[in-house]
Design a protein around this ligand. Structure first.
Ligand SMILES: *Cc1c(COP(=O)(O)O)cnc(C)c1O
Length: 363
């Protein structure tokens, strides 16, 4: 079956093979007589699913042994509170504000600790990245928060900052919700990374946290037990019932990623997809992307029709061609094409072909 190309920012398109496998195993997982949804989370069947998912993810992302992998719930928004509850000690933290998501993270953290804005790209409307050498880092900050990829604004860190080289010993916290597994992670620069699964890993409901073990055990007393990283880690993410089905489907996605050639191959494909789309937009006088070239997101490509009165016609025509969910976020307007791992190059080519045709019909 030929499915439409789905450019949703999240929950986002899944690899069709993964959906088919989940469908085939829906009523009876591996002869167990049970759907994964119906299994005890502590039974040997689900434990095997969980353990394989963690092992595959560690392999895919090359996560070192001195990091814990936690399967949590609550999404990126809950982590905006859970991170300060676990790491801030109620003291000072630094935020680098580069768009809607880091702004939201900073506002939530303010309820638990003293938030210091170390840098911001607000003056140029979130279309560039402030250079790390210019960040005003606080010497007593408990951590430094960045959003690795700003899903709404389309700005991405193509290299994580090396805080040590800036004279900063605080751990780096990265919200990698919308680009996890799209590219390798330099863990030597990271203290904690978190992300909801629904952009690039699997269904909504699962939140991934990867945290350096030495950062566990400093939570504030107000931190809910189910959200205390040390508690979650000591129970292998089974302190409370984890989102079992979402973990299972994410595990199928990890297997799919391995069959594709892993994260290095994903990065190669994502680079090619982004180059095709940005290249077309830049060469066109009809469409425009406003983000500085050195920090354009490979995952989320916001773009505008120079004549915005044609937006509705563009979206209607796109849908008729099987190109779904291209409307931009309401805070930015225009269009947005999210081209996560599950989007093949052919999907981006179909979008570019449509954009070219649409421009010609409007001439
Ligand atoms: C989607 C997203 C979130 C929010 O995730 P929820 O699961 O809705 O809480 C946070 N940060 C980034 C960068 C995102 O893209």
């Amino acid at each position: 079956m030929m499915r439409p190309y789905n450019f949703s920012a999240g929950p986002a398109a899944m690899p069709a093979e993964v959906l088919q496998e989940a469908a085939a195993e829906m009523l009876d997982w591996h002869g167990s007589g049970m759907s994964v949804m119906e299994m005890s989370h502590r039974g040997k069947e689900f434990m095997a699913i969980r353990d394989l998912a963690e092992a595959d993810l560690r392999e895919l992302l090359a996560i070192p042994d001195h990091f814990e992998v936690l399967f949590m719930q609550g999404g990126g928004l809950a982590e905006n509170a859970i991170v300060p509850l676990n790491l801030s000690r109620g003291e000072a933290v630094d935020f680098v504000v580069t768009g809607s998501w880091s702004k939201k993270s900073a506002a939530e953290a303010q309820r638990y600790c003293r938030v210091h804005e170390a840098a911001s790209n607000a003056p140029d409307n979130h279309t560039s990245l402030p250079h790390p050498g210019q960040w005003q880092l606080n010497s007593d900050a408990q951590y430094v928060h960045i959003c690795g990829n700003e899903t709404i604004n389309g700005v991405e860190f193509h290299e994580l900052p090396d805080l040590k080289s800036l004279g900063c010993e605080a751990p780096l916290v990265v919200d990698f919700s919308s680009h996890v597994a799209s590219r390798p992670v330099d863990w030597s620069r990271v203290g904690l990374a978190f992300g909801g699964a629904q952009k690039n890993l699997g269904p909504a409901g699962l939140t991934l946290v990867v945290v350096r073990k030495d950062l566990l055990g400093r939570s504030m007393s107000a931190c809910p037990s189910a959200f205390d990283y040390a508690t979650v880690a000591s129970h292998q993410s089974m302190y409370n019932t984890p989102p079992t089905y979402a973990i299972y489907v994410a595990g199928l996605t990890f297997q799919w990623l391995k069959r594709q050639g892993g994260v290095a191959e994903m990065e190669r494909r994502n680079t090619a997809k982004a180059a095709l789309l940005y290249g077309f937009i830049d060469a066109s006088g009809f469409y425009v992307n406003k983000v500085a070239k050195d920090c354009r997101s490979r995952m989320n490509v916001p773009f505008f029709l120079r004549d915005e009165t044609r937006n509705e016609a563009f979206l209607t025509g796109a849908k008729a061609r099987g190109l779904l969910q291209l409307k931009g976020h309401k805070s930015v307007g225009g269009m947005r094409a999210s081209i996560y791992n599950a989007m093949p190059l052919e999907g981006v080519q179909a979008l570019v072909d449509y954009m070219r045709d649409f421009e010609q019909t409007q001439a």
